[in-house]
Design a protein around this ligand. Structure first.
Ligand code: C2E
Ligand code: CA
Ligand code: CA
Length: 617
């Protein structure tokens, strides 16, 4: 129903369809008048048509005269402001309508007088551009004003709440990561640029680039759904550990970044980095799985390490690569030398790739002796790489690299085959121990590789022992345990390496029946000077005895350490005191020398191992 004024009778003629009219068409005219219409003329019917038309469009329309009295409006006008058609009547002042609207919260957050004044000003401006008005009831309107020749104002009122929300959602999505709700790369960049502008005027900031270690393995093992849950939990933890002024963003799969604004650099950034690493290292419970994560962090400072966002981002990434290369779970702060360090690393990687492809690696063997019998029970195979032009490179340097770039799979396969082939030529009672890294558990095919190595070389499965570290189990306990079980069924023995260095070595003892525990060198090194270490070793030995597991003490270098281990009832020892790792051709001589050092058949309290020279370089 089109409301029309009755008295007095100003005539108003306006164009309503200016926006949708096609070029060249004459503007339709609405004539609002109190004059009785000529019954023979068409306008009356036309006016009725307009009534119907106006009442059926989704936009509210109102006409006010110069005194701000309502001349005309459509049904939608009342409705859009939460009023019934009966409440809004022709002749009402805008102020009166505002009072009605105020009762239902359909007014903007400003005094009614101010609103009326603003409406008048907008009408005078006559720009035709819309104004977005947020009402107290939460609706959002687009209102356009046009002045009329006689001083009145025509306005359209459109409810754009849904469109607004959709736009806001889109804007939000463009700046946030859907999975964690964290700011994304776009927003990080914006904030970083702001922070860099402030850094130029003396307020330093830092960019921390954080990456979870070995996340791909976790994702593969737990499945994408739980992997996502791990990432969300990580995002929450990081967020909680951050002061409110710092920005946390998710840049990619398991890549996060933090813009820190703090004065004491690099100390504040380093402290934050360490705090975040500690936070991430706390075991995480995800749908019944206990997941232990670690992360690496690279830090670049501004203005010290760059003024432009790209530069600072690149430098933080270089620092992150350096942190990863130095062994995971670390914080590294950018240094200009890192550029060349990363290049050196790339060269190292290329050379290692070639060495693995051409089999230009070697194995050395370190004996492990039983303290009861005084005889060698087996050898641990340790990989060596003589890098052309550089000499011998430590596995501590290239194994982590191989784990990261995937070379560990072919490298590990080569080690397994070679160790089994060489051990097959040793006396039947001598075992070989092979190190298997966490990354090998992650990649598919470890079981087949082991089975193939045994089949191909004819080595009895019981003579092969796989040494795994806690990190292999942490990352993906369920699958690892299942795989270990299958390997055990094959007849292979499983040893836990570096026992006592991990986060929860003890809990894994309960979960998997290891055949052997290797007590980490760190405890043995301190045996003589540190009574706590003696107590720890004693406890480990008692525990393993109760669980029926063999114990090997690693890194035994002195007779004094050996004496303590014998007194405490350790089963086996390995270390420079017996022998350094030696090339395979020395194995027979080693067996002879060590086995003859103590009578084999009866228990010996003190095998007379003569210290050996250090491993040849
Ligand atoms: P690990 O498994 O704990 O191996 C023992 C390390 O201690 C060896 O270092 C060995 O040479 C050294 N060692 C033995 N006795 C003594 C001693 O009395 N005193 C001292 N200070 N050190 C001793 P290496 O050969 O440099 O190997 C370092 C690590 O590299 C190994 O630690 C192992 O985690 C890894 N690794 C070596 N070979 C392989 C391999 O074939 N595959 C994999 N995945 N990892 C390997
Ligand atoms: Ca080992
Ligand atoms: Ca070890």
């Amino acid at each position: 129903m089109m409301q029309r004024e009755s008295t007095p009778a100003p005539r108003a003629t306006f164009s309503l369809a200016g926006r949708s009219r096609r070029k060249g068409q004459p503007p339709p005219q609405v004539t609002a008048t109190s004059k009785p219409a000529d019954p023979r003329a068409a306008p009356r019917t036309l006016a009725q048509h307009y009534d119907i038309a106006l009442d059926n469009i989704s936009v509210g329309i109102s006409f006010f005269d110069a005194e701000y009295r309502l001349l005309l409006h459509n049904r939608r006008y009342a409705q859009i402001y939460g009023l019934t058609p009966g409440q809004v009547r022709t002749g009402m002042t805008l102020a009166r309508i505002m009072a009605l609207r105020a009762r239902v919260g359909a007014v903007p957050n400003m005094a009614p007088d101010d609103y009326v004044a603003w409406t008048q000003a907008e009408g005078r401006r006559n720009s035709g551009a819309g104004s977005v008005i947020e009402l107290k009831n939460g609706r959002v309107l687009l209102v356009r004003f046009r002045s009329l020749p006689d001083g009145g104002v025509v306005s359209t009122h459109e409810d754009i709440t849904e469109r607004r929300m959709a736009e806001m959602r889109i804007a939000y999505m463009a700046h946030h990561d859907a999975m964690t709700g964290l700011p994304n790369r776009v927003l990080l960049r914006e904030r970083l640029e702001q922070a860099l502008a402030d850094a130029a005027t003396g307020q330093p900031c830092a960019l921390l680039s954080l990456d979870l270690d070995g996340f791909k393995g976790i994702n593969d093992a737990l499945g994408a759904k739980l992997g996502d849950a791990v990432l969300r939990a990580t995002a929450t933890r990081l967020g909680q550990a951050l002061p409110s002024g710092d920005l946390l963003a998710r840049l990619g799969a398991d890549e996060f970044a933090i813009v820190q604004r703090a004065a004491e650099q690099p100390a504040d950034a380093a402290a934050l980095g360490e705090r975040l690493l500690r936070e991430i290292a706390r075991p995480l419970q995800i749908e019944g799985h206990s997941v232990v994560l670690s992360a690496s962090i690279g830090i670049a400072l501004a203005p010290r390490d760059g003024h432009e966002a790209d530069e600072v981002l690149r430098h933080a990434d270089l620092a992150l690569s350096t942190a990863k290369a130095g062994g995971r779970g670390r914080v590294a702060i950018f240094a200009p030398t890192m550029d060349s360090a990363v290049q050196r690393r790339r060269a190292l990687e290329a050379d290692l790739r070639l060495a693995v492809a051409t089999g230009a690696l070697a194995l050395v063997y370190q004996p492990i002796a039983n303290l009861q019998t005084g005889r060698v029970t087996g050898f641990e195979a340790l990989v060596r790489w003589d890098r052309p032009g550089f000499g011998r490179v430590s596995p501590a340097e290239f194994i982590p690299l191989a784990e990261e770039n995937g070379l560990i799979a072919p490298l590990g396969e080569w080690v397994l085959h070679r160790a089994c082939a060489e051990a097959a030529r040793w006396p039947r009672w001598v075992k070989v121990a092979v190190n298997v890294s966490a990354a090998q558990f992650r990649a598919p095919g470890l079981y087949d590789t082991v089975a193939d190595a045994l089949r191909g070389t004819g080595l009895a499965p019981a003579r092969l022992e796989l040494e795994i570290t806690e990190s292999a189990m942490m990352e993906n306990w369920v699958d690892t345990a299942a795989l270990l079980q299958r390997l055990k069924q094959l007849g292979v023995r499983i040893a836990m390496d570096d026992f006592g260095t991990g986060y929860s070595s003890l809990s894994y003892l309960r979960k998997f029946p290891f055949d052997k525990i290797k007590i980490d060198q760190a405890f043995i090194r301190e045996l003589t000077g540190n009574s706590q270490c003696v107590a720890i070793v004693r406890a480990i030995l008692a525990l393993c005895a109760a669980l029926g597991m063999t114990t090997t003490a690693e890194g035994v270098e002195t007779q004094e350490q050996l004496d303590i281990l014998i007194a405490e009832g350790c089963s086996e020892v390995q270390g420079y005191l017996l022998s350094t790792p030696r090339p395979p051709n020395e194995v027979p001589a080693l067996l002879e020398r060590l086995d003859s050092a103590g009578p084999a058949a009866r228990p010996v309290r003190r095998p007379a191992f003569a210290p050996e020279p250090r491993e040849a370089g």
